[in-house]
Design a protein around this ligand. Structure first.
Ligand SMILES: Cc1cc2nc3c(=O)[nH]c(=O)nc-3n(C[C@H](O)[C@H](O)[C@H](O)COP(=O)(O)OP(=O)(O)OC[C@H]3O[C@@H](n4cnc5c(N)ncnc54)[C@H](O)[C@@H]3O)c2cc1C
Length: 399
């Protein structure tokens, strides 16, 4: 059986590593960037306890390698930028394990090393289509080091090529995108905070939110958010130091020492800041009429309010890898059935995660009240949903 994976990012590497270990499968993973080039992955990630749990169950060795390159995400605190605390949650109260805090480039390094020789780097995919002789199968062409390559008769094509998935556009059409009305920026700076910033925290000034945590080796990840009209581009006048300082400085009291350090760093590093608009796109796990499986951002786009993008890419890949492994060991090798089962495992779970993430932007929208909204997160309904998010990973492991 021939399996091709497009993209050696989060989901693609987990799949390439897992599937290339199964006897009788020919697995090739095509990655656009050169080997060792993780430069597209500049900032930090908080990966949720649910991804840690899923990966530990499916691939404990890989989970241990990521743990070694990360700090534990053990708590979540929300305050105002004047220092007033609104919410302080030890993750152990709602999750079976902690999460990971890691540099994105480090996560890619660990995953790509673990995926091994099934990944081919520096590949420019030139064509993706249905195989002429069997329309459920696929064909992919690419160039690598100036040489043209092609594989036909692909039994399963896995699209793990991220948010702007070319496979999804070509095979299933352009996904529908909707904007939430929040601008987000991300930044990684050296840790000069002398211990002020450590585990995952958020600070509000009105609906304008700062978020930060420490990642190995000596860095702080900072994300800013503020409301904008949903369909508008982010105005450049709001991306300058004076506007950012005004957005996060409290009006009636001085900023806390944490907020002051963050505001100074945000303003000092505007040139290195990565800007985006919060957005979602619709869920699709498989193509309608051929054997294409979408995973990670290619399958779904969610707002980053609960840090579930890479987290769900890991959960997707852990579930898909476990299902395929199990069916393969049972001698059940009908790819269409695998895809239906994977969709069955993931679709409702993903709708829950996307909806929950969207609702968690409540404190960041124009006119929002972050005090009431953050305090409401102390109540049982929110905690119950967090427990589902962090624990109900739904893997097909039981016989
Ligand atoms: C700045 C920033 C901060 C984020 N912070 C968080 C966070 O804190 N927590 C969290 O859980 N998520 C976070 N996310 C989201 C997270 O990074 C993504 O959801 C996650 O990387 C998706 O994984 P994936 O495997 O679907 O795709 P990716 O990890 O994006 O991998 C896609 C891979 O496909 C390759 N590729 C793309 N097109 C092609 C092609 N045509 N041919 C070959 N290869 C191709 C790319 O080079 C890449 O290696 C953040 C995202 C951004 C941009």
């Amino acid at each position: 059986m021939r399996i091709a994976i497009i993209g050696a990012g989060v989901a693609g590497c987990v799949m390439a590593r897992s599937l290339s270990r199964l006897a009788g499968l020919e697995v090739i993973c095509l990655e656009r960037v050169a080997q060792g080039d993780h430069s597209e992955a500049g900032t930090g990630l908080n990966v949720g306890p649910n991804a840690v749990k899923a990966l530990k169950l499916v691939d404990p060795t890989l989970a241990a390698a990521i743990t070694q390159a990360s700090f534990t995400w053990a708590s979540w605190r929300i305050s105002l930028t004047d220092g007033t605390e609104l919410f302080n949650l030890p993750l152990a109260d709602v999750a079976d394990s902690g999460g990971w805090r890691i540099r994105w480039s480090e996560l890619y390094r660990v995953l790509r090393e673990a995926a091994g020789p099934s990944v081919r780097y520096g590949c420019d995919v030139t064509d993706i289509g249905r195989d002429g002789s069997d329309r459920s199968k696929l064909t992919v062409a690419w160039t690598q080091e100036g040489k043209a390559n092609r594989i036909d008769g692909i039994d399963l094509l896995i699209a793990a090529d991220g948010r702007y998935s070319r496979v999804r556009r070509v095979i299933s059409g352009e996904p529908k995108v909707s904007y939430t009305g929040v601008a987000v920026s991300r930044l990684l700076v050296s840790d000069t905070s002398n211990g002020l910033i450590d585990d995952y925290e958020q600070w509000f000034n009105g609906p304008n939110r700062l978020l930060a945590f420490r990642v190995p080796p000596h860095h702080i990840y900072i994300a800013c958010a503020f409301p904008i009209p949903p369909e508008a581009e982010i105005p450049s006048r709001l991306k300058i130091p004076d506007a950012l300082r005004a957005a996060y400085t409290p009006h009636t009291s001085p900023p806390s020492s944490q907020a002051r350090w963050l505001i100074d760093n945000v303003c000092a590093h505007v040139a290195d800041t990565h800007w985006a608009r919060m957005q979602e796109h619709d869920v699709l796990y498989r193509a309608a009429d051929c054997n294409v499986l979408y995973l990670g951002d290619a399958a779904h786009g969610m707002v980053p309010a609960l840090g579930q993008g890479a987290t769900q890419a890991i959960e997707d890949a852990a579930a898909a890898a476990a299902l395929i492994k199990r069916r393969h060991q049972e001698g059940k090798c009908h790819v269409e059935d695998w895809l239906a089962e994977i969709e069955g495992l993931r679709k409702d779970r993903m709708r829950f995660v996307m909806q929950f993430s969207l609702e968690a932007t409540d404190t960041m929208l124009e006119g929002a009240d972050p005090v009431t909204g953050s305090r409401r997160k102390n109540e049982a309904p929110f905690r119950q949903r967090l427990k589902s998010l962090y624990n109900d990973v739904g893997l097909p492991l039981q016989p």
